[in-house]
Design a protein around this ligand. Structure first.
Ligand code: NI
Length: 170
């Protein structure tokens, strides 16, 4: 297992569109293991392969406090079951220090492939619904700040560039 470097905004590779996984094999499983290790090390609750510069449709997640509920979604898709949206404060390992409210549908059906290559369905509400939509967006090259107003986004970009110029890399 290995901790992989996480791409940080505005890295253009975060805009790549990920490709479908054709077969779940040893390579996929070792990617999944590395992604879990990377996500836990970075104290995240979800991670898309795009964020570690692997442009395949793989997502890992653990929404539990004690890291006891690992979830894997390969080639995930969602169907919105209820168009009602809920506001949620989102952050992202690729945009450290930025938290903003995003509205997303609060009830979706997930279809994905698991670690063994089997397809499954899972109905999702609340945090799971938010997280799967945030991570699927990554696979499409979309970031949560893309949903904010132009003004809000420009303030964040300014704040991030300021942060960068004041940071000493030692
Ligand atoms: Ni993210």
């Amino acid at each position: 297992m290995a901790i992989l470097p996480i791409l940080k905004y505005p890295d253009p590779r975060l805009r790549n569109k990920a490709k479908e996984v054709q077969t779940v094999n040893k390579k996929t499983q070792s990617l999944i293991d590395d992604m879990f290790e990377t996500m836990i090390d970075a104290k995240g609750i979800g991670l898309a392969a795009t964020q570690v510069d692997v442009h395949k449709r793989v997502i890992v997640m653990d929404l539990s406090e004690d890291r006891s509920d690992p979830r894997i979604f390969i080639n995930p898709s969602i169907e919105v079951l209820d168009e009602t949206t809920q506001p949620y404060d989102e952050g992202c390992l690729s945009i450290p220090g930025v938290y903003e409210t995003v509205e997303r549908p609060n009830h979706v059906m997930i279809t994905a492939t698991d670690r063994n290559g089997d397809i499954f369905n899972e109905e999702a509400t609340g945090l799971l619904a938010v997280c799967i939509q945030h991570e699927i967006d990554h696979l499409e090259g979309i970031l949560f700040i893309d949903y904010l107003s132009k003004l809000k986004k420009s303030i964040i970009i300014k704040k991030l560039s300021k942060l960068k110029s004041n940071t000493a890399i030692l």
